[in-house]
Design a protein around this ligand. Structure first.
Ligand SMILES: N[C@@H](CCC(=O)N[C@@H](CS)C(=O)NCC(=O)O)C(=O)O
Length: 219
């Protein structure tokens, strides 16, 4: 039995859902939300800070989205792996997975968490710092994506699984300037990919929960 604990609106869960769709991997989705306290208790014990996604398969527990994707590559599905078997190519794939996670998803999460706090507990300096990281990342990624269709090795893989939610939500929270045509085109290319489009659709119901509204046109 393969189960994945997660939530349809959660960025790092999207990474795994997209990878599973790309490779035709079926799994039981276990919702982490207040209606399923047993699932929340499970992830609270499984991961250091109770973060998800968390995969369970035949008594084995795997945490961290990138490790879960590699676990799926190894054990399920026939399509090409999301992390290339060629270790030279895997370097670029993991590099770009890290870029999207650390320099887009992380600062965007900081902005979201700040917006969810009561007004008198918000931190303007932390917000500026997060936006500055996003600005630098947008500029760097626009140069990186110029002439590329996908983020690493010329083929869809783990870096694109990470990029899809990171760019999707980052643009909502801190719009990507129009001048970054290559980056904007990449985001549009990702959203047109069937595995990504289906994952976006699964999350539509939860959109009202996103606290940074009205900054960009909704997708
Ligand atoms: N490094 C982790 C990050 C996971 C993460 O940030 N998960 C978020 C959902 S996207 C989460 O669990 N948020 C709830 C919380 O922090 O309590 C990964 O790659 O899986």
């Amino acid at each position: 039995m393969l189960a994945i604990y997660g939530h349809p609106f959660a960025s790092f869960c999207w990474k795994v859902y997209i990878a599973a769709r790309e490779r035709g991997v079926a799994y039981e989705a276990r919702m982490v939300d207040p209606d399923h306290p047993e699932n929340s208790a499970f992830v609270a014990a499984a991961a250091p800070t109770g973060q998800f996604p968390v995969l369970v398969h035949d008594g084995r527990t795997v945490i961290e989205s990138a490790a879960i994707i590699e676990y799926l590559d190894l054990n399920f599905g026939d399509a090409p792996p999301m992390v290339p078997e060629d270790r030279r190519k895997a370097i670029e794939a993991r590099q770009m997975d890290g870029v999207f996670g650390d320099y887009l998803a992380r600062p965007l999460t900081d902005l979201v968490l700040d917006a969810l706090r009561p007004e008198d507990q918000r931190d303007a300096m932390a917000r500026d710092a997060a936006r500055s990281v996003l600005d630098r990342s947008y500029a760097w990624l626009d140069r990186w994506m110029a002439g590329r269709d996908w983020a690493a090795n010329g083929t869809f893989g783990i870096a694109d699984c990470a990029a899809a939610p990171a760019l999707f939500y980052a643009h909502w929270g801190h719009p990507i300037p129009e001048e970054y045509a290559a980056l904007r085109a990449y985001r549009a290319r990702l959203l047109a990919r069937p595995s990504v489009a289906a994952t976006v659709d699964d999350a539509r119901y939860f959109r009202p929960n996103f606290p940074l509204k009205g900054l960009a046109d909704p997708d």
